[in-house]
Write a protein that binds this ligand. Structure first.
Ligand SMILES: C[S@@+](CC[C@H](N)C(=O)[O-])C[C@H]1O[C@@H](n2cnc3c(N)ncnc32)[C@H](O)[C@@H]1O
Length: 376
């Protein structure tokens, strides 16, 4: 058959893949949908074009200002001091994006040469295309890359993760007259995908937080076993080997009710189920659940603090003033705008929060104090 006469096969998309998966296995959980949409090896969102910046889909704190990564680098250096200045320390970042935070942190770390010399850098990144980008930005730092946190070799560590946990999958449950039913993703008879509810209700148990008992019908509760498991894994490592972790993300300080699953494309909200893999997909981080998982694994948890308060405690205003002092008028305007964006309540200052997890023997990490670590 001549090529021209062959029927043309439609390119396989993530939507095709999901439709096939659902045909084989039945409706899938929201968590499975998120995992496929973000990290499918060929069609996942993070395998595609660069999602960051004005030309992409969203902007993260390290991309707004170098000060963010610099302050976190100094936070890590101070922790190293609190840990008794170990000769070897693993500096771990989960989901490094473009590698900007780590590059800025390492530049700041040069101010404390013995700290910088103690570091081995470990980056946990699931996306092959972002990993290549990070390798270019962090060339010459001796960094190594891992698919999972569990692959980071043993030893004392300081870990940072900015806007990482929001990308880990959540499950959703909806309250009906007879109890809680899991929300699933099914094929829509008209084509595309739709939400449905599992026929069987969730058996009574401890998967849902206590307030589920008093939630009115129609309520949605999100839980993320994946996030809690990872927070527990990190905490167990810190408790056993020493060190601390800083998790910065957006979401409520206390577990609550509500559907926060959102897709963002080109800086705008996008339909969660339309063209999966073409938009970022996140859900708010339940900091209470992370803190409980960390304490349950034997570490201390501090906060969360509002990002604005946390950055002010680390001295963001002084650092901005120092940069402004040697800036042109246009650059000074940019510095002020970035400072406002990172710290103002109307921007990222309140919705974004910082949670620290630390080995029990350590004093409170910089920015936090004992009052930020409630007794269980
Ligand atoms: C929203 S971006 C944040 C990037 C960066 N931390 C920043 O602040 O700019 C999420 C990052 O986490 C990575 N990622 C998402 N899910 C992951 C997973 N399950 N395992 C490893 N990396 C993951 C993405 O590829 C990306 O680098």
């Amino acid at each position: 058959v001549a090529d021209a006469a062959r029927p043309r096969r439609r390119a396989v998309t993530l939507a095709d893949h999901l439709a096939r998966l659902i045909a084989l296995e039945g409706p899938i959980t929201v968590a499975r949908f998120m995992g496929e949409a973000l990290l499918h090896p060929r069609h996942g969102y993070y395998q595609g074009r660069d999602p960051f910046g004005a030309a992409g889909d969203f902007v993260t704190a390290p991309e707004i200002s170098q000060i963010f990564g610099e302050l976190i680098g100094l936070w890590c250096a101070e922790l190293w001091r609190l840990m008794g200045e170990p000769a070897a320390l693993r500096l771990v970042e989960l989901g490094p994006g473009r590698g900007t935070l780590m590059a800025d942190a390492l530049r700041a770390a040069r101010l404390v040469p013995r700290f910088r010399n103690a570091l081995s850098i470990h980056l946990v990144e699931a996306s092959a295309s972002l990993r290549a980008r990070q390798q270019a930005v962090l060339a010459g730092t001796g960094a190594s890359w891992h698919e999972r946190f569990a692959e980071v070799p043993p030893g004392p560590l300081v870990l940072v993760a900015n806007e990482f946990f929001d990308a880990l999958p959540v499950r959703q449950f909806v309250k009906q007259a007879d109890g809680w039913h899991e929300r699933l993703v099914d094929r829509d008879p008209a084509g595309g995908l739709r939400f449905v509810l599992a026929r069987d209700r969730l058996p009574e148990g401890d998967l849902l937080p206590a307030m589920s008992a008093v939630a009115p019908p129609g309520s949605v509760i999100e839980v993320s076993p994946a996030r809690s498991a990872l927070a527990g894994e990190i905490a167990a490592r810190l408790a056993a080997e020493g060190g601390a972790a800083l998790l910065v993300d957006y979401g409520p300080a206390a577990s609550g009710i509500g559907d926060s699953l959102q897709a963002v494309r080109g800086h705008r909200r996008h339909d969660v189920l339309a063209e999966p893999g073409s938009a970022d997909l996140t859900a708010h981080v339940d900091f209470q659940a992370l803190a409980e998982a960390a304490r349950g694994a034997g570490a201390r948890a501090f906060g969360p603090l509002a990002q604005g308060d946390f950055l002010r405690r680390l001295g963001i205003e002084r650092r901005a003033a120092a940069l402004r002092a040697r800036a042109s008028p246009a650059q000074a305007c940019d510095i002020d705008a970035a400072l406002a964006r990172l710290t103002d309540a109307a921007a990222m200052g309140t919705l974004f929060k910082a949670l620290a997890i630390a080995a029990p023997a350590l004093p409170p990490p910089p920015g936090f104090d004992d009052a930020d670590s409630p007794k269980p």
